[in-house]
Design a protein. Sequence first.
Length: 131
Amino acid sequence: MRADIIFDERFKKTQWAADFNHGLGTSLSTALMFNPVSDLSPVGDLATKTVDVWAYESNKEHTAEANLAATDANAKSYDAGQRDVDHMVRMWGQSRGHDIDSDYTKYFLHAGQDQYDLSRNDSLRYLRADR
């Protein structure tokens, strides 16, 4: 669930950037259509193309920033989840009389980590529409 929230936030940021840039380009094009001076048509075309190029590059930059932030947050979330599982399994083993570093506890520790990873990936697969 944590990762799904992180990726939803990434989607919102990239979608906002795309919508903003599209709106900016469309507004300029629309404003230039109502220009009463026909001699400015080449200037208007150049201005529109310049804004389009800037919007495209800006959108790539915002998407890269959102992807980097989501990847970093997702990695931190994953690591925190693994530490939570480790702690839970060690405390569970200890509550049943096993040392936290015993082979018994280590077996369940690895099983818990594997199950966490599998469950997390399954959740993402089912929750993410873009996968």
